[in-house]
Design a protein around this ligand. Structure first.
Ligand code: HEC
Length: 164
């Protein structure tokens, strides 16, 4: 074997090592993107590990979501005045609410969590639009019910770590 042939073999081996290292990095990133920062919880739910301030932020969002649900039901029941109350409540939990979540938190959340969360914000906007377009109360309740189904599904699947 000539020296040039040997040099060629070393080069192609280096290429292979680089390719494998690249693949490993990409798969690790993809895995993290799907799984987020999680660990099995003591109650069979998946525990998402967040810093206390991040957890506070998302829990505050959650309480806003419940307020939105409350506002819509109150509007629909006629107890809280007109439907503009319901519209405002739904709009407040729309995509505008999701806009300021910081990227550090996003990388820690599992993909399924993000998808469910984002779909709620989209559907809240759609609900607000539907109220403006005067959909009937049963239609609006159906929209809400498809969302509360996701609230309960996600709550059954995930919890946050309770570190202080
Ligand atoms: C993508 C997942 C997900 C969706 C969708 C979701 N939640 Fe949550 N929610 C959570 C998690 C996780 C917690 C924390 C549970 C724990 O740590 O035990 C939580 C907690 C809460 C809390 C408690 C807040 C606090 O201060 O402790 C409320 C209220 C709440 N959610 C309301 C809602 C409502 C209403 C909806 C639907 C409109 C909803 N959530 C949709 C994941 C979700």
């Amino acid at each position: 074997m000539t020296r040039m042939q040997q040099g060629g073999m070393v080069k192609s081996r280096l290429c292979l090592v680089a390719a494998v290292a690249w693949l490993l990095t990409v798969s690790a990133l993809a895995w993290m993107f799907v799984k987020g920062w999680t660990t099995p919880g003591s109650d069979h739910r998946t525990e998402i590990i967040l810093a206390p301030s991040e957890r506070d932020l998302i829990l505050a969002e959650m309480r806003m979501l419940l307020k939105a649900v409350h506002g819509v039901i109150t509007g629909l029941s006629g107890a809280g005045g007109d439907m503009s109350v319901a519209e405002g409540a739904a709009r407040a939990a729309g995509m505008a609410m999701a806009a300021d979540v910081n990227p550090a938190i996003m990388t820690k959340l599992p993909l399924a969590f993000k998808q469910m969360g984002m779909s709620i914000h989209q559907d809240m906007d759609a609900l607000a639009d539907a109220i403006v377009q005067k959909e009937t109360p049963p239609q609006l309740l159906q929209r809400l019910s498809s969302m509360t189904a996701r609230c309960t599904t996600c709550h059954d699947m995930y919890r946050f770590s309770a570190e202080k």
